[in-house]
Design a protein around this ligand. Structure first.
Ligand code: D41
Length: 703
């Protein structure tokens, strides 16, 4: 394959057009399907425009599979019905989400094949169950001629013009020109694409667009895009596709197993999900169900279960189907991450920086593996956009360890006596629900805030928890229950009060044993020796996160210089822009904040000053981006991160071409696969230590 098309190779316009198309198809496959482009986007665009111009002057050279023909078509009145050449079956669902679901399927298959207990375990192909919508792609002589929805299985709708806009779907198959090949699979929307789409929709709505709405989940957004009558709009809804089966086939020798079929489809340039396996017996299915369940929240798209298929095609035929469901396949579900329930009330909570968050009080519902009765509504604007009102039936989502959230309202179920749209100011009468200070909202900000600062017990409690947390002052044993007790009893009023807490005061508290009291006293004493970076982070200055705090520590070296720094000086610090600089200035302009710093110093909180050393310290990882995955033998995640950052490196959460090294430990997951795919060097802990030591390293006092 000529990777870099050069026009001079082509002897005629027809040959040139064919060569350009082949080149564009090749690069589109690398870009959309393999996620590993080999030429810059600008070069792709240049080839594309060259082909467009050529087709403009020679319209007879235009073909249906030309990449220029993806977004062509007019607004439709409706979709034409398509009769499926081979009915699109459905798949039996196993709703028992425990191991029993997989065992029941294996037992059924063995019974129907009349296998004895002594016969060997069955081979199964196991794959993911994508949460999108089923589509049939019809290729004739290798060219995509039609795409149809599943409909009732007998006939669906012709959505060819929309499906053609999906970059991942090849308009021409690679190395396959058989008369008929129908490929079945799922059209879905990635979560990041979904978030970006909703963000854009919100922008359109804010700008006054009337017919726009946001979508409740990626599935709904995908379904809406596929059935969008205007292909130009469909093209702006980023869809993806995974192939998982066949429809009509003419002139192709179908591979003997499901796994080999998927390999063959991938070789033709169709997207096939890499998270699949061939495994044996019920135990293999259970293991796949479990491992994918653990990976579920890390996947870039939603799944609602896994699918097991008898791998051998002859056995599939022997098993046949009942009432439109093959006996040889089953979908094994996971607990749903979304459920409907009733919104009983809306509470307003006060956060560490005074942010007022509306929280939905729900009729308890089992979702994402636990019973949920509270879910965040994020802020007033979100609640208004979603038009959430007390009495509504709402959709709650809880994915993994993420805080449950209300994602939308089921308007069809709105009762006549539903509450008013949320008006936070009116609801609170303009005052903080905890300390009654006035509430305020800055120009252009989404959040209302309590103006009480550390006067407000709710803010004080969270400021204390923040201060004590592991990556800050690291006071083990100071949890939320204890902070509630200490603040409510009036024992802790300010941060420095922590350092006057004696054993006697602590041991006298309810539910506090002598041992815990002593441990806490020790932890508090130990926290006095810290670093300037941690100390700055622990103060809870708005917009000053961990890495900004470290940068400030390195730049100024001591706290007095920082407290007195002018805006221009603050702006000189790495990654500090006007908003952050202003926030730091604002914080230290308040006398009581300076007082807190003084009192903490007086209480014995200490860190080494970093003047001079920061610039001299060797930084072997300067400018390097590292990704950590899996469990390292001796270094904790935070420790590894600290070491890398002290050496000048950055730790990123995802692997890309910009990643310099991936540090992999035990049970490394998809990040390791991605690193191998992109050719990023992978090191173990020893390799990391070598890197860190690659120039003689002295402790970096700035950290
Ligand atoms: O991921 C899916 N949603 C999925 C759906 C899948 N991985 N495999 C599937 N396999 C089939 C058979 C066994 C009939 C080839 C399916 C579906 N069917 C399916 N989805 C919706 C209707 C049928």
């Amino acid at each position: 394959m000529d990777l870099f098309h050069s026009p001079s190779d082509a002897s005629s316009p027809a040959a040139l057009a064919a060569s350009l198309r082949a080149s564009l198809q090749h690069h589109a496959h690398l870009y959309y399907v393999l996620d590993a482009p080999s030429i810059p986007d600008a070069e792709y665009d240049r080839l594309f425009r060259e082909l467009q111009a050529l087709e403009e002057t020679h319209p007879e050279l235009r073909t249906a599979d030309s990449p220029t023909q993806r977004v062509i078509g007019q607004v439709l009145d409706g979709f034409a019905a398509v009769r499926h050449a081979v009915p699109m079956l459905s798949i039996r669902t196993e709703t028992d989400t425990t191991a029993g679901g997989a065992e029941a399927f294996d037992a059924r298959v063995r019974r129907e094949l009349a296998l004895a207990e002594t016969d060997p375990a069955m081979d199964y192909a196991a794959e993911l169950k994508f949460d999108g919508l089923a589509i049939n792609l019809r290729y004739e002589c290798g060219v995509l001629v039609q795409a149809a929805t599943r409909g009732d299985g007998e006939s669906g709708e012709d959505v060819t013009q929309n499906i053609r806009t999906i970059g991942q779907i090849p308009l021409r198959l690679m190395g396959c020109e058989v008369p008929v090949l129908e490929v079945r699979g799922e059209v879905y929307m990635r979560r990041d694409d979904f978030e970006a789409l909703n963000e854009r929709q919100r922008g359109l709505i804010a700008a006054g667009a009337k017919n726009e709405k946001t979508f409740v989940n990626p599935r709904n957004a995908a379904a809406g895009a596929v059935r969008q009558l205007d292909p130009a709009i469909a093209a702006k809804r980023p869809l993806s596709f995974f192939a998982y089966g066949l429809g009509e086939v003419q002139g192709w020798a179908v591979p003997p197993t499901h796994a080999a079929l998927l390999d063959a489809l991938a070789a033709m340039g169709l997207p096939v999900c890499a998270d699949r396996t061939v495994t044996q017996g019920a135990a293999g299915l259970v293991a796949f169900h479990r491992s994918m369940g653990e990976k579920r929240d890390m996947l870039p798209f939603d799944i609602d279960g896994v699918v097991y298929k008898v791998n051998d095609r002859m056995l599939q035929e022997k098993l046949g189907f009942v009432s439109r469901e093959p006996r040889w396949a089953v979908a094994h579900k996971y607990p749903a991450q979304e459920q409907m329930t009733r919104l009983l009330d809306i509470d307003i909570q006060v956060g560490r920086t005074g942010k007022l968050t509306p929280v939905a009080k729900l009729e308890p519902v089992f979702v994402g593996g636990t019973t949920v009765s509270n879910a965040t509504l994020h802020n007033e604007g979100e609640a208004q956009r979603k038009d959430v009102r007390v009495g509504d039936t709402v959709i709650v989502r809880r994915a993994g360890d993420v805080i449950p959230e209300v994602v939308g309202v089921v308007l069809e179920r709105r009762p006549a006596d539903v509450g008013e749209p949320l008006d936070l100011y009116k609801r609170l009468g303009g005052h903080c629900p905890v300390c009654a200070s006035p509430i305020e909202r800055e120009e252009g900000e989404a959040d209302w805030r309590c103006s009480g600062g550390l006067y407000c017990p709710a803010q004080r409690k969270q400021a204390l928890l923040h201060f004590a947390s592991r990556r800050m002052m690291d006071i083990e044993g100071l949890g939320d229950k204890l902070v509630d007790q200490l603040v409510d009893a009036g024992i802790l009023r300010t941060l420095p009060d922590l350092y006057t807490l004696g054993f006697a005061k602590l041991a006298a508290l309810d539910r506090m044993g002598e041992k815990s009291a002593q441990n806490l006293v020790d932890a508090i004493a130990k926290s006095k020796s810290t670093t300037l970076g941690r100390f700055l982070f622990s103060l809870g200055i708005r917009h000053v996160g961990e890495s900004t705090a470290k940068d400030l520590a390195k730049h100024f070296g001591n706290i007095d210089r920082l407290m007195d720094a002018r805006l221009e000086e603050l702006l000189e610090v790495n990654d500090v822009g006007p908003v952050v600089a202003q926030s730091i200035r604002h914080f230290f302009d308040q006398p009581h904040h300076r007082e807190i710093v003084e009192q903490l110093r007086a209480a014995g909180v200490r860190w080494p000053d970093a003047q001079g050393t920061a610039n001299d310290a060797p930084r072997p990882l300067l400018g390097k981006v590292l990704v950590l995955t899996g469990t390292l033998p001796t270094l904790g995640r935070d420790e590894a991160k600290d070491l890398i950052e002290a050496a000048g490196g950055k730790v990123s959460g995802s692997v890309s071409k910009k990643t310099n090294y991936v540090i992999a430990g035990e049970e490394a997951g998809s990040k390791l696969d991605k690193a191998r795919e992109l050719g990023v060097p992978v090191l173990d802990e020893a390799g990391l230590r070598n890197l860190l030591a690659s120039e003689e390293s002295t402790p970096n006092a700035g950290d």
